[in-house]
Write a protein that binds this ligand. Structure first.
Ligand code: GLN
Length: 547
């Protein structure tokens, strides 16, 4: 059977939640027993977002196979509870790199290489790879940016061609737009939506479904107007009012009968009726009043919450499973360096130091680790956060400030965190870190082993530096437990501190594998310790639900 395709384009403005919409539609279909996969087409010229500043791009989401991808892949994986692969995020950079290297090899000898057909063919080939590599029956494809952007034109053209190649019963176009609200007249406006649909039409694509995002309720007459002006059926105009509880969106789309419409259009019969009990419980519990547990997230990109989106979501998943409400305090590590915000650390029930690169704000993160260790405050260090915990401990054990990671001070006397041997000599930046899934052997009797309830786990990585084994024995003698190691015992994957309620750091990124209905065990263990510190009652997490 050929796969069915649902294409998502965006109109009017960006950042209206196209990624979340695609993810939620994916959930609707999975809930009916379809095997789905989602692909993001990013029009920028970088090969992947791995080399971009989080200020430009938000978080870099890492997949099992080590692909460094757009943060929308995190939405897809969390909402649908699937695991995607590297073909699920393609960029203009990748497409051109492939075509240009083929040209250099001589594959097109004699020919002129053009956007149509060479670039569009390569885009179509890569879209085709999703079904081949995942075996999904329905592929959702999201085009980044907004219709009309110069950069996304080849992608849009490739989708237009796919519609003629595969036929209308195998392809649906969903256009996600924004209805601005005019304060003076107190009304929502559809004109920008009409214009963006006209723009899409000028490229040869008529949308089948319009998802109209808005901050205010959209009434029936407005739906009718959009249907009429944009030439879609009224039932295919889906108002999507801003929803503070992200995981409510699939339920709203279900109520709007989006899946029924899509199945009708794609001539699909659902394998079974959707069962929303677990999601309804999830949303109900999110809404319920619960005791608050406050967590400080100490980072250097805290102005942009998207830079830590998976960490925030993982904390929320764990809090929800424990029946408490996450009260997240964003703390800028540079503020701690200037002596500010220490009162925030004093007031919280737990501290998280997430991943990061480069020396800015490092000392503030070390201060946060020091505060946590000396105040018995639960601490979770993620990648760089684990390295900060090691440096802090080293300074205390060795009795000198001359302890650092060689990432920040090449000539430090005690490089307790050092470049991994297989990273020596690597100078190119793109895709060269230790990336993706690696196994980790848990040590009996440790907090980590207890949390996971199993001996070996596989987690996603993205780093160049590691714990320096020359210090392992000394640190261990002073109370640092190396509770997770690579199976050959060489690489420290998890470190924890004895005689502390919970001070644990992972060299990997557990935040990439947490799901709303299957919170990550390390986050649950950390949040439980924070509940105890807060003195609030918590539930034992419910049994792990099926993905
Ligand atoms: N900069 C550190 C390293 O490369 C930590 C990386 C991270 O936090 N993802 O090892």
């Amino acid at each position: 059977m050929t796969a069915k395709y649902i294409f998502f384009t965006g109109g009017v403005v960006s950042s209206v939640g196209k990624g979340v919409t695609a993810a939620a539609v994916g959930r609707l279909l999975k809930q009916r027993g379809f095997k789905v996969a989602v692909q993001k087409l990013d029009p920028y010229i970088n090969v992947d977002p791995g080399t971009m500043s989080p200020y430009q791009h938000g978080e870099v989401f890492v997949l099992d196979d080590g692909a460094e991808t757009d943060l929308d892949l995190g939405h897809y994986e969390r909402f649908i509870d699937i695991r995607l692969n590297k073909v699920c995020n393609i960029t203009t950079g990748q497409v051109y790199a492939e075509v240009i290297s083929a040209e250099r090899r001589g594959d097109f000898l004699g020919g002129t290489i053009q956007v149509i057909p060479h670039i569009t063919n390569e885009i179509k080939r890569r879209i085709g790879l999703v079904a081949k590599t995942t075996g999904a029956e329905i592929i959702l494809v999201e085009v980044g940016g907004t219709v009309g952007d110069i950069e996304s034109l080849p992608f849009i053209e490739a989708l237009r061609q796919l519609r003629s190649d595969l036929g209308r019963e195998n392809t649906v176009f969903v256009h996600v737009t924004w209805l601005p609200f005019i304060n003076a007249t107190e009304e929502l406006k559809t004109k920008p939506t009409q214009h963006s649909v006209r723009e899409l039409r000028s490229y040869g694509i008529s949308p089948d479904v319009i998802v109209a995002r808005s901050d205010y309720p959209v009434d029936e007459s407005l739906r009718e107007k959009i249907a009429q002006f944009c030439d879609v059926e009224k039932r295919a105009v889906i108002p999507m009012v801003t929803e503070p509880i992200l995981y409510e969106i699939p339920l709203l789309l279900e109520k709007a009968h989006v899946a029924d419409y899509l199945m009708e259009r794609l001539k699909l019969t659902e394998p079974h009726a959707p069962n929303w009990t677990a999601w309804e419980t999830l949303v109900k519990e999110t809404r319920a009043k619960k005791p608050k547990v406050s967590i400080a997230l100490v980072g250097k990109y805290v102005e942009l919450h998207d830079a830590y989106i998976s960490v925030r979501e993982s904390l929320k998943h764990a809090a929800l499973a424990l029946g408490v409400e996450l009260d997240l305090k964003w703390v800028h590590s540079a503020d701690l360096e200037k002596g500010r915000c220490m009162d925030v650390l004093e007031g919280v029930n737990g501290i998280v130091v997430p991943g990061g690169f480069g020396s800015r704000g490092i000392e503030g993160k070390i201060l946060a680790a020091h505060f946590a260790r000396t105040h018995q405050t639960p601490y979770l260090g993620l990648c760089l956060g684990m390295q900060m915990m090691v440096i802090e401990f080293g300074r205390f054990v060795l009795g000198t400030d001359n302890v650092n990671s060689s990432e920040f001070d090449r000539s430090t006397a005690n490089p307790v965190i050092d470049l991994m041997p297989d990273q020596q000599g690597i100078t190119a930046k793109g895709g060269t870190m230790r990336l993706g899934l690696y196994p980790c052997q848990l040590q009996p009797g440790s907090i980590a082993r207890d949390a996971y309830g199993t001996d070996v786990v596989e987690e996603r990585h993205r780093h160049r530096f590691e714990f320096n084994n020359n210090y392992r024995q000394l640190f261990n003698e002073h109370g640092m437990v190396f509770s997770g190691l690579s199976p050959d015992g060489r690489l420290v994957e998890i470190a924890e501190i004895k005689d502390h309620p919970f001070m644990l750091g992972t060299q990997f990124h557990p935040e990439f594998l947490s799901r709303p209905t299957r919170p990550h065990p390390i986050f649950v263990a950390f949040m439980r310790a924070a509940c105890i510190k807060a003195g609030v009652k918590y539930n034992d997490p419910p049994e792990v639900l099926e993905p």
